[in-house]
Design a protein around this ligand. Structure first.
Ligand code: FE
Ligand code: FE
Ligand code: MG
Length: 159
């Protein structure tokens, strides 16, 4: 990152890269959880649920991309090893061992709620200190709020 670009970041850049990498780990795991969940989904409203999970998978991958770009601009390196994703994650990975659409929805709602909490904290961390990261995180948080709502209304439709 350019000299001035770095100078306007009002938080410790190394610490910022660390927390962004943790969110980056969450996004890859969320991507895979949605992607593979869409493949194995079975039971009620299977087509609709699988379609929504697949859409969310693509959006989580886009979040990973946004975070990777910001990490690189800050002079950091996105996590390079898959095992580090599991080591650094905030929200973990919920294996979709029960492929019923209801169980998948519940698992992914939990994941979204953790993501919302994580990004809310991240927003507070950079607020008034790094407007560019703030903007990136705000965009992602907006999607996570929408994801939670989508899944909750599918679960409601189901019961
Ligand atoms: Fe995400
Ligand atoms: Fe999400
Ligand atoms: Mg959606």
């Amino acid at each position: 990152m350019g000299t001035k670009g770095k100078a306007i970041v009002g938080v410790n850049v190394e610490e910022l890269v660390t927390v962004l990498n943790k969110a980056y780990a969450d996004e890859w795991l969320a991507y895979y959880q949605y992607w593979v969940g869409a493949k194995v989904a079975s039971g009620r409203m299977r087509g609709i649920v699988a379609g929504e999970l697949e859409e969310h998978a693509n959006e989580e991958l886009k979040h990973a991309q946004m975070l990777a770009e910001r990490i690189i601009t800050l002079g950091g390196t996105p996590l390079l090893k898959p095992e580090d994703l599991l080591k650094e994650t905030n929200c973990g990975y919920a294996e979709p061992s029960d492929p019923s659409t209801k169980a998948l929805l519940k698992q992914n709602i939990n994941g979204e709620q953790c993501a919302i909490e994580t990004y809310k904290k991240l927003l507070e961390f950079v607020k008034d200190k790094d407007p560019i990261t703030y903007h990136v995180i705000l965009e992602i948080l907006k999607d996570e709020v929408e994801h939670e709502e989508d899944l909750e209304s599918l679960l409601t439709d189901m019961s």
